[in-house]
Design a protein around this ligand. Structure first.
Ligand code: NAP
Ligand code: ZN
Ligand code: ZN
Length: 349
């Protein structure tokens, strides 16, 4: 099926109109009309080849909410007319130990990512949600619970699950002091979830203009990370810190804020390696960890949790043709707190 999209043709070209063909439905496939797609900083890293593995043309977008328009004959989990969602993965091997545990994002044979991936059955490159329709195996399509605003729910598919999963894995909850570094798309969901899980939440931001929003979103305290004295006041006091920063920054400044046995988990994925000072880890038996998105079952759990607790993302809606401007603003830390593309603008355009 011919599909309108926006793609990068190189690391330096703007995101521009492109057309592609979605595959004919396989027996377990679901076809969706895309209504909304969030703009993740990963779209920019990948589109600009900052991770040095981009295959062009690249159609980004992995925070997708849409309406089911067609289903294959063996589909049982979704039906035409349903509001449905697709996140960062569209397939995996389904037989390795990680897939067996519902941790498809860590598939030993590499999950098939929604864009810049290789279709494991038909071959060819996967294209993401900066487009007006998509075809995905039903096992990688999520249900959008009733009562969730579809546009505000779209970024849950990446920013939401990427912060929910580590906060759950490291059992963040009442009685703990938890830091969230960087108030962007991921960070603002990290603050909301850590608050909802009952922790004492401290937001670290480089942007003085975000202090009031940080508190409104659920932070008990906000620290301007450029202020050395404010940082020092929190030395050795955190159980857990979630680092959501997209660019180079000093990780040792945060490791030193952990308590004995505390953990700093990286979800931000900057282009460059970061130097870690041995003594920042040795002193206090601290851990430095990482976490990637979340599995399909946990993503559904997170969506259901959000519906129950009325949690969605704070979004700024844009037209598809404003996406280059949105990327430029991401680089200036100027987003409150996720751009979401209204895909009706692509259909009309
Ligand atoms: P974003 O909306 O652009 O937010 C990033 C935030 O980082 C900014 O708002 C800013 O917060 C802070 N920041 C930016 N530049 C900085 C600098 N030079 N020094 C210190 N702080 C800086 O990005 P996002 O979409 O949330 O994504 C964040 C990162 O997570 C990206 O690298 C993305 O690729 C990665 N990611 C990883 C996964 C995963 O599975 N692990 C999933 C999705 C995204 P303040 O203004 O508050 O300082
Ligand atoms: Zn993402
Ligand atoms: Zn697997």
């Amino acid at each position: 099926m011919s599909t309108r999209a926006y793609a990068c043709q190189s690391a330096t070209s703007p995101v521009a109109p492109f057309s592609l063909d979605r595959r004919a439905l396989r027996p377990k496939d679901v076809q969706m009309d895309i209504l909304f797609c969030g703009v993740c900083h990963s779209d920019l890293h990948q589109g600009r080849n900052e991770w040095h593995n981009t295959i062009y043309p690249c159609v980004p977008g992995h925070e997708i909410v849409g309406r089911v328009t067609q289903v294959g004959p063996k589909v049982t989990k979704h039906k035409v007319g349903d509001l449905a969602a697709v996140g960062c993965m569209v397939d995996s091997c389904r037989s390795c130990p990680n897939c067996a545990e519902g941790l498809e994002q860590y598939c030993s044979n590499m999950a098939t990512f929604t864009y810049n991936g290789q279709d494991r059955h038909g071959g060819g490159l996967t294209f993401g949600g900066y487009s007006d329709s998509i075809v995905v195996d039903e096992d990688f399509v999520l249900r959008v619970p009733a009562g969730l605003d579809p546009a505000g729910a779209a970024p849950l598919l990446c920013a939401g699950i990427t912060t929910y999963s580590p906060l759950r894995h490291w059992k963040v909850g009442p009685g703990q002091k938890v830091g969230v570094v960087g108030l962007g798309g991921l960070g603002h969901m990290g603050v909301k979830f850590a608050h909802a899980f009952g922790a004492h939440v401290v937001l670290f931001t480089t942007s003085p203009g975000k202090v009031a929003d940080g508190k409104r979103l659920g932070a008990d305290e906000v620290v301007i990370s450029k202020n050395a004295d404010e940082m020092k006041a929190h030395a050795g006091s955190f159980d857990f810190i979630l680092d959501c920063v997209s660019a180079d920054h000093d990780i040792n400044a945060y490791l030193s804020l952990l308590k004995r046995d505390g953990t700093l988990t990286l979800v931000g994925a900057p282009e460059n390696p970061m130097p870690v000072a041995a003594f920042a880890l040795l002193m206090g038996r601290r851990s430095f960890a990482g976490s990637g998105i979340g599995g399909i079952a946990e993503t559904q759990e997170m969506l259901d949790f959000c519906a129950k607790h009325q949690i969605t993302c704070d979004i700024e809606m844009i037209r598809m043709d404003q996406v280059n401007e949105a990327w430029a603003r991401l680089l200036k830390q100027d987003v409150k707190y996720r751009f979401v593309i209204d895909m009706a603008s692509l259909k009309k355009g």
